[in-house]
Design a protein around this ligand. Structure first.
Ligand SMILES: [Zn+2]
Ligand SMILES: [Zn+2]
Length: 445
């Protein structure tokens, strides 16, 4: 939509004037069905040429043996600024992003103040410009102060650069209000992102409900808390015609309900997160609070269903739900610990190790779910290596072997249950607007 601002719009950078040549990589760009070994030339911060490039460049990067893809996009992160800078801020969060291979992120509105006005949206964009690392696209709140009572200034926030709307972890219980919020967003063709949780079923629950929660003596959250909320939101999306995006799908039932809705023509897309195809509730054993997340980690059968959903296209996007928390918020008893885990610096390795290597997804399909698909949903001018597009590029070393070491994270927070996990595949370059920002997981800009 022309009326829609595109968030942090493309900025030419003084250093981007030069010509940077990525030589001899395997270029995988699902936006144009491209998968071939070729050179890629960047000029003035944009993709200038793909093929056998003979013209002179100021800088040449030998990327032979590596994979060159559109810059990865994470459409679900929590950057915690304004208000919770002790967990993360826009500078540290975008450092973590580029170190992990992400060149664009969309951040959720549960900040303080809540991102429910144009001024907070503009503040976030300003802080992102100052940091000058990954591009940042704010997601505005659907309701004022995330209270689920009064619809926020959607149109104003869109003009300020918000790309979607969500109350994320504070889902709107009132179906009538949700309908009006969807109606409103439909008017602007703005996507509505829903965290699906019936709080009357999940309240006071700390992990997936089942045998293990009984053994551990931790109150469980039934899968139905997620599935009932998805079903309602799908019905309301059908009623209103809004563009619905379901966040962090975690159960077999959720995948099946969304698959049926898509077959029935409902305008819905959805995402899952690496934790829901890489971990099960077993990670909670030993009361590891880093494995306390919302929705909770589920069982092997749910993991299998999430993989089926990724593979058959029911699940469109892989996002991280990067949720930094301070040590003291996690090093406490399980019941009191806050929910969430960081994800920006482990996502690519988990996708390569758990999905691409075993053949759950082809490399191109995995890349599509982290580039062109989220770009289309959010209406971003990103996620493609077409000539003329902003040169946001990730170069992947698919054979890099490494172990997760939270002490090396760029994120201000280290809360992950994945410490020590062996992974294959890492970002070797992150390029934003033609400028190399990160190399081998180190930020160099
Ligand atoms: Zn959520
Ligand atoms: Zn979230």
């Amino acid at each position: 939509m022309d009326s829609r601002a595109t968030g942090s719009s493309f900025q030419a950078h003084p250093h981007a004037k030069m010509r940077l040549l990525l030589k001899g990589g395997r270029i995988v760009d699902p936006s144009q069905g491209l998968d071939k070994v070729a050179d890629l030339l960047i000029e003035d911060g944009r993709i200038a040429e793909i093929g056998s490039v003979t013209s002179k460049a100021d800088q040449v990067e030998d990327v032979s043996g590596k994979v060159v893809v559109p810059g990865l996009i994470d459409m679900h992160v929590h950057l915690r600024e304004p208000g919770f800078e002790y967990k993360e801020d826009i500078a540290t969060g975008t450092r973590a992003a580029v170190a992990g291979g992400f060149t664009s992120v969309a951040c959720m509105p549960n900040t303080n103040p809540v991102t429910d006005t144009r001024s907070v949206v503009e503040f976030i964009l300003g802080r992102a410009r100052d940091a000058n690392l990954a591009r940042v696209h704010p997601i505005g709140a659907l309701t004022k102060d995330l209270k689920g009572e009064e619809i926020a200034e959607i149109g104003d926030m869109l003009e300020g650069g918000a790309v979607a709307f969500s109350d994320d972890a504070f889902p709107i219980e009132n179906s009538g209000l949700m309908r009006r919020a969807m109606d409103y967003c439909a008017m602007f063709d703005a996507p509505v992102i829903v965290h699906c949780e019936d709080k009357t079923l999940s309240d006071d629950g700390y992990m997936n409900e089942g045998l293990l929660s009984t053994i551990l003596g931790l109150k469980g959250i039934p899968r139905e808390a997620e599935e009932i909320a998805i079903a309602r939101n799908l019905m309301l999306a059908k009623l209103t015609g809004c563009r619905l995006h379901v966040a962090h799908v975690s159960t077999r039932g959720s995948v099946e309900i969304i698959r049926q809705a898509k077959e029935a023509g409902v305008n819905v897309t959805c995402e899952t997160c690496p934790q829901y195809f890489s971990l099960t509730e077993e990670a909670v054993k030993g009361y590891d609070t880093n494995a306390k997340i919302n929705p909770p980690l589920r069982c092997a059968d749910d993991v299998a269903a999430v993989k089926e959903g990724l593979s058959d296209g029911t699940i469109d996007v892989i996002a991280t739900d990067h949720a930094p928390h301070a040590i003291e918020e996690k090093e406490t008893e399980f019941a009191v610990a806050l929910c969430g885990m960081v994800g920006l610096e482990t996502a690519l390795g988990l996708v390569m190790t758990e999905l691409v290597k075993p053949g759950v997804l082809s490399l191109a399909d995995a890349v599509a779910k982290m580039t062109v698909n989220p770009a289309r949903i959010l209406g971003l001018d990103a996620g493609s290596l077409q000539v003329g597009k902003p040169a946001d590029i990730t170069v992947i070393d698919t054979s890099a072997k490494w172990a997760v070491d939270p002490s090396r994270f760029h994120s201000r927070s280290k809360n992950t249950p994945l410490a020590g996990r062996q992974l294959i595949g890492a970002a070797s370059l992150a390029i934003v607007g033609g400028r190399i920002i990160a190399r081998n997981n180190e930020v160099i800009a």
